[in-house]
Design a protein around this ligand. Structure first.
Ligand SMILES: [Fe+2]
Ligand SMILES: [Fe+2]
Length: 487
């Protein structure tokens, strides 16, 4: 029996976006694809079409190399265990270096960690998405390993445990969310792949299994990031949960392997392994976490802080102070000029790089209570500017938490809407939940209930109130033993 013959495709399409349809012939950027897959107004049908086009093109470009998954399916378990053991060994060596007084190797300052957290945000915001399509095949027990991995990525419907909610909350706490919108297209390549897999469905199950196999392994960068974020006082919970939940013994890494062996008999052996290997290789598309860490760039991040501020600052400065014959307002009115303006501040000694920032006039203007620009920059933005000026990469003794304590370890007071708006949004959520619940209660069969809930588990929905509720209902339907509370 081929899996494709046994399961009908479910289409939950309701809307089509004219904008996206109009652009169908043009080659979309990765960020456009990312937006399209996450747009609630775009039909599932169009997302599926885009997914097929994009993945077909990506898979054609894959060439196997020595890092590729073995061709012999029986070697795969060993191959992954060897990688896992190597990573654990390398982490032990890292710990020894640190215990012997070695400095942090990834994040030399809080802002270096911020740069990393911003650049990996697009991929973290679609965590687990490559498995979404499996949730429509609830009646097929061979897919239950994959479905359960997806549901666990979704925290089984608990906001505290939903990986996307956790990451969004982390960015909000640190007030970094706005910088994600300024990222270059390349950072959307890997998440676009993951979202395309979300809508690829039954036709791409071997590729999804292969991708999942690669993604659910424990990488070295996760272990070190988790360690250094904690050291910097940045909440590492998102990273820590992936160390525990993706473990090779009983976690996602092991379930991913079980899924591979369970699905293999449904396909001709050679075709299956070839497609699994290609899916595995899709993990390498785009910028890896290690590359992000190696390319941390505080000057570029500071520039973004200033360009952002320029949008509001361009009309509030007086014309009295001139640089190269132009007022500050004039410099700030064109985002492209801000880099030159920053260089001018250095040239005029308003910013003294590689020195204690208190020696810099510009720093004192934004940091001192009586400074002319005091309060203009958030604590996270000041931390970025501070770290860029002092350049702690040069200073192994740098103590990051001594100067700007407010930038880190602070829970945001402003992450939720004001109370009166919260009331309306709660009311709307409750109405939506009641409506969905009525629909569910009217459904006669198990598969009908699954079909009703499936669209709410989509990557753009599952982390919202209604999606979380639907995830809990779905989990209750398939894996009641996983939920120890009733709702
Ligand atoms: Fe995850
Ligand atoms: Fe996982």
């Amino acid at each position: 029996m081929r899996l494709t013959e046994s399961i009908p495709l479910i289409h939950s399409s309701q809307h089509t976006s004219q904008t996206h349809l109009a652009k169908q012939d043009a080659v979309p950027s990765y960020a456009q694809l990312f937006d399209l897959f996450l747009d609630p107004m775009v039909s599932t049908q169009l997302k599926q079409q885009q997914s097929t086009l994009f993945l077909k093109q990506q898979l054609q470009q894959i060439h196997f190399n020595e890092q590729s998954l073995p061709q012999d399916i029986h070697q795969i378990g060993n191959f992954l265990t060897t990688q896992h053991d190597q990573n654990c060994q390398l982490f032990q060596q890292y710990l020894e270096r640190r215990q012997q007084g070695g400095t942090r190797e990834y994040f030399y300052s809080p802002s270096a960690a911020y740069d990393f957290l911003i650049k990996v945000a697009p991929v973290k915001r679609v965590d687990g998405s490559w498995l979404y399509s499996t949730t429509q095949y609830a009646e097929h027990p061979h897919l239950h390993d994959l479905i359960l991995i997806y549901l666990e990525e979704l925290g089984l419907g608990s906001a505290q445990a939903n990986h996307v909610c956790m990451y969004n909350q982390l960015l909000e706490q640190l007030k970094l969310s706005k910088f994600v919108d300024l990222l270059e297209d390349a950072y959307f390549y890997q998440p676009a792949i993951q979202l395309a897999l979300a809508y690829a469905g039954q036709d791409m199950l071997p590729e999804i299994i292969g991708f999942n196999l690669g993604y659910e392994q424990l990488p070295l960068h996760l272990l070190i990031s988790n360690y250094e974020l904690r050291e910097l006082g940045i909440d590492p919970q998102y990273f820590n949960v992936h160390i525990t939940i993706d473990n090779a013994e009983s976690g996602h890494a092991s379930s991913a392997l079980d899924a591979l062996y369970r699905l293999a008999p449904f396909y001709p052996a050679d075709e299956f392994i070839e497609r699994v290997r290609k899916g595995y290789a899709l993990n390498d598309c785009g910028i890896s976490s290690t590359e992000v860490i190696n390319n941390i760039d505080l000057k570029a991040l500071t520039l973004k802080v200033m360009q952002n501020k320029a949008l509001v600052g361009q009309s509030i400065h007086s014309d009295r102070c001139q640089f190269k014959g132009r007022s500050i307002n004039q410099w700030l009115s064109h985002p492209d000029d801000v880099a030159e303006f920053l260089d001018l501040l250095i040239e005029k000694n308003w910013i003294k790089l590689n020195q204690d920032p208190t020696e810099s006039r510009f720093w004192n203007m934004i940091q001192s209570a009586d400074g002319k620009m005091f309060g203009v920059f958030s604590s996270a933005e000041r931390q970025i500017i501070y770290d860029w000026i002092s350049n702690p990469a040069q200073d192994p003794q740098y103590a990051p938490t001594s100067k700007i304590k407010t930038a880190i370890s602070v829970r945001s007071q402003h992450s939720s809407p004001p109370d009166h708006l919260k009331h309306f949004s709660n009311l709307k959520d409750q109405l939506d939940i009641d409506q969905l619940n009525t629909q569910l209660n009217q459904a006669d069969s198990y598969s009908e209930k699954v079909n009703i809930l499936h669209p709410y588990l989509a990557p753009h929905m599952h982390h919202q109130t209604l999606g979380l509720w639907a995830t809990r209902k779905y989990t209750q339907l398939l894996f009641p033993q996983e939920l120890n509370t009733t709702f």
